[in-house]
Write a protein that binds this ligand. Structure first.
Ligand code: NAD
Ligand code: MG
Length: 386
């Protein structure tokens, strides 16, 4: 029996994780859940999975949840401290890190410091503080299993091979809903159009990141730290069918890829059950029905966010944390109709250009850079509106 804490249980990844738990009650038990603003869903999940502890963002929400659960309420905590307490709960064996954004950093670090294995969906944590997170993983001797489909594919393609023989990682990208749109067409993109991803059903922020291709940029940074390879050995191929989830090229010319239908349950289940595989009720991959798999170079003129992520890696230190923070603010502003689609990379570029990268020597340094990036992005957006 594996006891789980699920951070961000009310989101897209959280709900898929609980579907897997519900299908395999002999293997998994939920000891802690955390949610953001979807209290009704968190209430249902609490009644269904009976966690020992639940955490929400504010004290007010904690009270509301407690009242609505009445006699069935477990211990209910609030704030980042509450989430960190869930992540380090004495009975948890594994923490599924599925909060969106840099808000996941502190609870995820708490899990690692408490000696828990982590199934990591929250890529922003590695973007903001990759070297520190990986140092803590090594020091505490825990396992960090990737949930992101590309990184799960790479993890699977590395298994059984010598790291010294790896030449290059190739991340695949669907190209998002605007893969074939012209720059002119991108100017007028609305939030509703950007939220409609052709292949994957995801949370709002990552859907916009996929449309701008910042998601792939964040994933390059994530791969850089997870697999300890420099950025010039991590490439991106556009692969609209989303069947090849990523690849590893070896020094002898062999390329090993992992394939499957685009459904996050596969990489989530692999992180939960490694090294075993769970049987999942998914339709099989029918390559004959897919017929053609295509690959292409990304266009960094139309999708400038991808280059900005590489640029942040090259600057090093706190630069990726700033890019991540500025992106979070710009995406929110886009969803609220305050900036245009093509202004998202402009906000990030302006913040990155003004940032003086500092060494990433502590989590506090990553948090300072995150706060600076957010404030700077808000200021830049004001100048756009003025
Ligand atoms: P989502 O928006 O559907 O869910 C996010 C979860 O985090 C929710 O439970 C929400 O309530 C919670 N949350 C939001 N803000 C919070 C805050 N400030 N403090 C605490 N909790 C907060 O997002 P998602 O699509 O499930 O993505 C979660 C993470 O997984 C992201 O980092 C994303 O990049 C990554 N990811 C998602 C997918 C996918 O298919 N959805 C695929 C790969 C990676
Ligand atoms: Mg991904």
């Amino acid at each position: 029996m594996k006891n789980l804490c699920i951070l961000g249980s009310t989101g897209s990844i959280g709900v898929s994780t609980l579907d897997i738990v519900a299908a395999h009650p002999e293997r998994y038990r939920v000891v802690a859940l955390t949610g953001g603003n979807n209290l009704e869903r968190l209430r249902e999940q609490t009644l269904r999975f009976s966690p020992k502890v639940v955490a929400v963002v504010s004290e007010q929400d904690a009270l509301r949840l407690k009242e609505s659960l009445g006699a069935q309420a477990p211990e209910i905590l609030a704030g980042v401290e509450g989430m960190a307490a869930c992540a380090s709960h004495s009975e948890a064996d594994m923490v599924v890190s599925a909060i969106v954004g840099a808000a996941g950093l502190v609870p995820t670090m708490a899990a690692i410091e408490a000696g828990k294995d982590v199934a990591l969906a929250n890529k922003e944590t590695l973007v903001a503080a990759g070297p520190l997170v990986m140092e803590a993983v090594r020091r505490r001797g825990v396992n960090l299993f990737p949930v992101d489909s590309e990184h799960s594919a790479i993890f699977q393609s590395l298994t059984g091979h010598r790291r010294a023989d790896v030449q290059r990682l190739i991340l695949t990208a669907s190209g998002g809903p605007f893969r074939d749109s012209s720059l002119e067409e991108l100017r007028g993109v609305t939030p509703a159009q950007a939220l409609a991803h052709p292949n994957w059903d995801m949370g709002r922020k990552i859907s916009i990141d996929s449309a701008t291709m910042m998601n792939k940029g964040l994933e390059v940074i994530e791969a850089r730290w997870l697999f300890d390879l420099p950025a010039d050995r991590i490439g991106v191929h556009i692969h609209p069918q989303s069947i090849v989830h990523s690849m590893v090229e070896y020094v002898d010319g062999s390329v090993i890829a992992q394939m499957g239908i685009p459904d996050m349950k596969t990489p989530i289940a692999y992180a939960l059950s490694y090294p075993e595989r769970l049987s999942l009720p998914l339709p099989p991959l029918d390559l004959c029905a897919v017929g053609t798999l295509t690959f292409d170079q990304p266009d960094t003129e139309r999708f400038a966010c991808l280059s900005l992520a590489y640029q942040a890696l090259e600057s090093g230190g706190t630069a990726p944390a700033v890019v991540n923070a500025a992106n979070e603010v710009a995406v929110e502003a886009f969803l609220e109709g305050r900036v245009a689609f093509l202004q998202i990379p402009e906000v990030i570029r302006a913040a990155l250009d003004r940032h003086r990268s500092e060494p990433l020597d502590s989590i506090e340094a990553a948090q300072r850079a995150d706060r600076w990036g957010r404030a700077e992005a808000r200021r830049i957006i004001q100048t756009f509106i003025a």
